[in-house]
Design a protein. Structure first.
Length: 339
């Protein structure tokens, strides 16, 4: 139904406006008595064989929603009704910011892809915290970043602010230094600044009565040498794991007319590269830390490939937009078939 009727209609309009319209529609429908249960009955797959314990957290299933979809924690409760095992909010920054000028979100229909240059648009971490206080049992990841105006030399402070504010309300953290849409942010992926950032957060984590897992989200554009550095950094700082991967700046093999738009590319063109990164990290680290696989998952088979490559969990974003919530169910059913 989604791909035949709903998607063609939504794809007639500006993608960012459609995003907000869809949010309003999902929220409205979930307020109608019985609709939350209807969505759950349509899309949830309940089976003990889907449960995963990863970095000390029990997930009811291994399929999550990636950061960027519910940046401000406005719809995590309703989105969980589509069968996700966990929802990642953000990227959040200490102070709310508008992000980059519009137009900043583009569909590449011929490529089953999206280019975005949103620029960490969000209302700030304090507003998100107020919404998270109302959480009713949804497993939440908190994706954190720095404000655009904060120089890299002071970036650690921004991550610390978000870490402290979110700590009581999220189940795990994701340090985002890999978005291509905040100027110079990816420079923080270099070994020295990244080690300092992660060690600072881990030190803060270790002062808590109960620590929370910290993960690092990396770009698919890193070289093998840089990926080996990532393995060293994870082992040195003892963070919980890695999310592979964020969007890419590559435009190789694209067919769509608007392929040259600036920003990060997500969707089907990323399928192969993100899986390569997962396999490289898993093999070269001797599976010494968990990996969440994300990037170009448009079919159940795409998800299985990432799990077989070494991912413990997977996340959807662009695939969820193109394929609809039935994809979540299809992946979970395929996992059961292979179990």
């Amino acid at each position: 139904m989604y791909k035949i009727f709903i998607r063609p209609l939504l794809f007639c309009f500006d993608p960012e406006k459609v995003h907000y319209f869809t949010f309003s529609a999902i929220r409205f429908l979930n307020k109608i008595p019985g609709f939350s249960g209807l969505f759950q009955s349509l899309y949830e797959v309940k089976d003990a064989r889907l449960e995963r314990e990863v970095f000390g957290i029990k997930f009811k299933n291994p399929v999550g929603l990636a950061a960027g979809f519910d940046k401000d924690a406005k719809l995590y409760q309703e989105l969980s009704n589509f069968g996700f095992g966990f929802i990642e909010i953000g990227t959040l920054t200490p102070i709310g910011q508008e992000g980059n000028p519009k137009k900043r979100l583009f569909r590449l229909k011929e490529d089953n892809a999206i280019i975005n240059r949103m620029g960490f648009n969000n209302g700030g971490v304090k507003e998100a915290v107020e919404r998270l206080k109302k959480n009713k049992g949804v497993l939440i990841g908190g994706n954190i970043g720095k404000n655009k105006v904060t120089p890299n030399e002071e970036a650690v402070k921004d991550y610390e602010i978000c870490f402290e504010a979110l700590f009581p309300y999220v189940d795990y953290f994701v340090v985002n230094v890999s978005s291509p849409n905040t100027p110079n942010l990816r420079e923080l992926q270099d070994k020295k600044p990244l080690t300092e950032l992660l060690q600072t957060l881990q030190d803060k984590n270790n002062t808590k009565p109960k620590q929370k897992p910290i993960l690092l989200k990396i770009a698919p554009d890193l070289t093998d040498e840089q990926l080996l550095d990532i393995i060293d950094i994870v082992n040195e700082t003892k963070i919980a794991g890695v999310i592979a991967t964020n969007t890419t700046i590559s435009r190789e093999g694209l067919q769509s007319e608007n392929k040259s738009e600036m920003g990060g590319l997500s969707g089907k063109p990323l399928t192969k590269r993100s899986t390569e990164v997962i396999r490289f990290l898993s093999e070269k680290s001797n599976k010494s830390f968990p990996i969440i696989g994300v990037g170009g998952i448009h079919t159940a088979e795409d998800a299985i490939e990432k799990l077989n490559a070494g991912a413990s969990l997977v996340q959807l974003y662009t695939g969820f937009i193109y394929e609809g919530p039935a994809l979540v169910k299809a992946i979970n059913k395929k996992i059961l078939e292979n179990s």
